[in-house]
Write a protein that binds this ligand. Structure first.
Ligand SMILES: [Mg+2]
Length: 240
């Protein structure tokens, strides 16, 4: 049996926000609109609220894509009357997909896991857009160390839905105790692992950590890649 490590992608291995910032700047300016740090912050906050709605099932993916650009057009200087929000969203996703940014130390960490943890397999389990996620992974060189990639758009289900993990388990083809979910999000990664009865590591915890660990039944917390490595090394020796 392998040690099946399921990593969330964004703010776990890749810096989503750094890619997003670059891509939004390129796309808005290319379309004759203004860009500033304030515009990026506004986009980021509104987008976050839309993703939470998507996780709850109150909006669809396409609605999310349209709404976020309709909103941001309203914040920019310049003429956006002829711009199609869905088309602009496509441009944005394509631009992001060739501008992947690693979290500090992520590549060395993944190399070390592959080289030193026996029978380790590395998977990506991410909510997002396939072309965006896979493109960013490839643009950083991370793809060489990854055994399989599970993206919600491909799977047709989203974390924390247990069905998302059912599909992952089927593709991995090994029992649940051989799997561990590592991620930064309580509402998708930690709740998802809890729902799916998979061991969990909360990466870069914040807020009331103790209370969250109880509520989401979290097994481990790691505040750095070094700490995460130690946890995974220890866990991988404990499972049969
Ligand atoms: Mg994340």
């Amino acid at each position: 049996m392998h040690r099946n490590l399921l990593f969330d992608l964004d703010q776990t291995l890749l810096d989503f926000h750094a890619s997003e910032y670059t891509a939004l700047k390129i796309v808005l300016m290319k379309n004759g609109l203004s860009f500033s740090d304030e515009i990026y912050q506004a986009f980021k906050e509104f987008n976050k609220s839309l993703w939470l709605e998507l996780e709850k099932g109150t909006i669809t993916r396409e609605e999310l894509f349209i709404k976020r650009f309709e909103y941001i057009f309203g914040k920019c200087e310049g003429d956006s009357s002829n711009l199609d929000p869905l088309k602009t969203n496509d441009e944005f996703i394509k631009t992001m997909s060739v501008n992947g940014v690693l979290m500090d130390g992520a590549l060395d960490f993944v190399k070390r896991v592959k080289a030193e943890i026996q029978k380790a397999r590395i998977y990506i389990a991410s909510n997002g857009v396939t072309i965006n996620a896979k493109g960013r992974i490839a643009s950083t060189g991370l793809d060489q160390y990854i055994d399989d990639i599970f993206i919600s758009e491909d799977l047709g289900v989203t974390k924390p839905d247990p069905e998302f993990f059912d599909v992952c388990m089927e593709r991995i083809g090994e029992p649940r105790p051989s799997c561990i979910m590592i991620g930064d999000s309580l509402t998708s990664d930690m709740l998802g692992a809890k729902n799916a009865h998979i061991t969990s590591v909360w990466f870069m915890p914040s807020g009331d950590v103790k209370e969250a660990m109880l509520e989401y039944n979290i097994d481990y917390c790691a505040t750095s890649f070094d700490e995460l490595y130690e946890i995974l090394e220890k866990w991988s020796k404990e499972i049969v």
